[in-house]
Ligand binder design. Structure first.
Ligand SMILES: [Zn+2]
Length: 283
């Protein structure tokens, strides 16, 4: 692509496709808004959940599974309690449409990086490398509570929807500035990219992580695991080499922010946990 054009280009109106794409996106946004459980935030869900679930199944099937029956049995037992809590959580914190616990596919992924994930449609992957940071069942409940909360909040769908909206916006900026000099056009495109990434996509991702933390401690408490362990776990995780990123550019909140936010949530989560202990003291 040429960096400088000698002649300014003739002004052309926005093509019909761009106008149509915007109108379609606007109409879709009007009917695809959903309220996130627990926080009440409004989110955009443009993608079909069943299509996402199919894609997730295909990706999950390709992942290398570890042969660790004892580790798998441990993660499964905790996951079943956390999923039950997420399906039955009161006051709009849960999602009764989640697949029932027995329908979830759970696997230990043969990967030394400490990581875990949950996918739309009911899949949980727990990396073998995560076990070195999870000496207690409470630690595993912290992770599973957080990951199941991402599914309840449909964060995967929202990320896809943001990608669609950002792509439509990029086409519009491209078209709107195409008559300016190539330099100005490039500057406008670069500015749009920075605003879309730092102003919309990353902060939304950080809000996703905070929402998952917030609902995650509720689910672990309802499942009978002490939510105080969430602070201990994230403190341990933050000492893991390579687990930290500068907050400004990261999709995750800084460890310090996350731990402070969790400490604020603990009194509420402890109340839920204590109520569970009265109901089911044998756990
Ligand atoms: Zn997360």
């Amino acid at each position: 692509m040429k960096l400088l054009r000698s002649q300014p280009r003739r002004r052309t109106p926005l093509p019909n496709q761009v106008v149509r794409a915007f109108l379609l996106l606007f109409a879709a946004a009007l009917c695809a808004c959903r309220t996130v459980p627990g926080t009440g935030r409004s989110q955009l869900n443009l993608a079909s959940e069943s299509a996402l679930s199919e894609q997730a199944s295909a990706a999950f099937a390709q992942m290398p599974k570890a042969n660790d029956p004892a580790g798998l049995a441990r993660v499964k037992a905790i996951a079943l309690r956390v999923i039950t809590a997420a399906r039955t959580a009161p006051k709009g914190y849960g999602d009764a449409t989640l697949p029932p616990p027995a329908a979830w596919e759970i696997a230990i992924i043969n990967d030394d990086k400490p990581n875990a994930f949950a996918m739309p449609g009911g899949k949980i992957g727990f990396n073998s490398g995560m076990f070195r940071l999870t000496p207690t069942d409470e630690d595993i409940a912290v992770i599973l509570g957080h990951e199941v909360a991402h599914v309840v909040c449909r964060h995967g769908n929202e990320r896809v929807s943001q990608g669609i909206a950002a792509a439509v916006g990029a086409v519009a900026v491209d078209q709107a500035t195409r008559d300016q000099s190539a330099e100005k056009h490039q500057q406008a495109m670069a500015a749009y990219g920075a605003v879309a990434t730092l102003g919309v996509i990353l902060p939304f991702s950080r809000s996703h992580e905070s929402e998952a933390d917030q609902l995650g401690v509720v689910y672990m408490a309802l499942a009978g695991y002490n939510p105080a362990q969430s602070v201990t776990f994230w403190q341990r995780f933050s000492k893991e080499p390579g687990a930290r990123m500068p907050e400004f550019l990261s999709t995750h909140p800084s460890d310090q922010t996350r731990i402070q936010d969790l400490q604020k949530l603990l009194p509420m989560a402890q109340k839920i946990y204590s109520a569970q202990q009265v109901k089911a003291p044998a756990r």
